[in-house]
Design a protein around this ligand. Structure first.
Ligand code: KG4
Ligand code: ZN
Length: 378
């Protein structure tokens, strides 16, 4: 169990809000308690994450049934621990927020049902949160990041570019038409027998490799839209690996480095298109902010590429701390508290949704929109 630093709540004033958040959409069971003060300041009182990496490692990827069972085993204990760590009592909570999608349905149902039970028994509002909204708002947990900003969400389940205009106002500028970037890292690492999770394992092997050694495809290069594609790159990398016959250590390093450089180039080139689109919609002189979230943002090659891009186009780069960049419940509690403060809540009949685009209009009308590990997520 990973634990983040906590501040201790003593008491809440009349208009402050205490919200418990639950996240269970993939392979992390997470529970957090968040305090929003009267003046709108955010304090993370507890944020606990139980990772399932060990359970999935033998399979080289997330196994939905194993994930669902692990969520069921962990969730009650985590809820109790998060409340205890926050130094509050259940009766102090003003609302409970849970991821209601998109994600692996067994996990989503587990978290959402737990939240419904709490809401019913404590007689407090329920907030059924879109997991992507949690990621979209995550820079506001620690960085006081005002709207609007351009967001690149790049993880194992999602790769998309969003104009975050305000609470509930998300305009998708681009997304993957097949695999997510992290999924491509994981699948490529599995093919090359590098271990799980694949992203960090591949980055380590790539350190000693020649990134120019093997030429790999760059889908959509030069296209005016901001969509991504990684499936062809993954297949080309698998073919190059098979062509080695018995791969040497050097072969592996060179291929990993070439793959990583190609993903970096794809991510940066597509982001540059989105920056153009974002800039066109902003009045002159408005500060430009670019936020990167998701596990793949930890990759140093991609991070450096994005830093260069931001400097070139005049964007301030904001990256939430890694613990809030990857899947966590603090971001779900934040989406909950922001929605509650804006007067929203959901009924106990709120549905778990395996697929739930954040920008439904864009998902319907964008012809490049396809499906990835969790369907058309964006
Ligand atoms: O955001 P996250 O923790 O969970 C979701 O997928 O929602 O992201 C996990 C993904 C995995 O695909 C993992 O391989 C990838 O992020 N990842 C990386 C690195 N660290 C994690 N990919 C490339 N380089 C890394 N250093
Ligand atoms: Zn996520």
């Amino acid at each position: 169990m990973k634990t983040t630093s906590v501040k201790t709540a003593t008491k809440t004033s009349a208009n402050s809000m205490l919200v418990l958040g639950i996240e269970s959409s993939c392979d992390e069971t997470a529970v957090a308690v968040l305090l929003r003060t009267e003046s709108g300041d955010i304090h993370i009182l507890s944020s606990l994450i139980a990772s399932q990496d060990e359970a999935h490692a033998p399979y080289g990827g997330v196994v939905p049934e194993i994930a669902a069972r692990a969520h069921m085993q962990k969730i009650e204990g985590l809820v109790l621990a998060a409340v205890q760590k926050a130094n509050i009592e259940f009766k102090n909570l003003h609302a409970v927020a849970a991821t209601a999608g998109p994600g692996l349905i067994g996990g989503v149902i587990t978290g959402l049902m737990c939240a419904k039970g709490l809401a019913l028994s404590l007689d407090i509002p329920l907030l059924a949160i879109n997991h992507l909204e949690g990621h979209a708002l995550s820079p506001r947990l620690t960085d006081h990041c005002p709207f609007p900003y351009l967001l690149l969400l790049v993880s194992g389940g999602h790769t998309q570019l969003l104009n975050v205009e305000g609470l509930g106002q998300y305009k998708r500028l681009g997304s993957t038409v097949d695999d997510a970037a992290g999924e491509a890292f994981d699948k490529t690492a599995k093919i090359m027998c590098l271990g799980f999770p694949g992203g960090p394992a591949l980055e380590k092997v790539a350190k000693n490799g020649d990134a120019g050694a093997i030429s790999l495809p760059h889908p959509f290069k030069g296209k005016p839209h901001a969509d991504f594609s990684f499936a062809g790159l993954k297949t080309a990398t698998a073919r190059a690996y098979a062509n080695f016959g018995v791969a040497t250590k050097k072969n592996k390093s060179d291929l990993a480095a070439s793959f990583q450089r190609t993903v970096t180039n794809i991510v940066c080139e597509r982001t540059e298109r989105a920056m153009d689109m974002f800039k066109r919609g902003q009045p002159k002189g408005v500060p430009l902010r670019f936020v990167v979230a998701g596990g793949v943002a930890a990759n140093q090659s991609i991070r450096k590429g994005l830093e260069t891009l931001c400097a070139k186009h005049g964007f301030a780069l904001i990256a939430p701390p890694p613990i809030y960049c990857t899947d966590n419940a603090a971001m779900i509690a934040l989406a909950g508290v922001e929605r509650l403060a804006a007067g929203y809540s959901d009924g106990l009949d709120a549905k778990a949704r395996p697929r739930w685009p954040l920008d439904e209009k864009s998902a319907r009308h964008n012809p490049a929109s396809g499906s990835g590990r969790k369907g058309p997520k964006s």
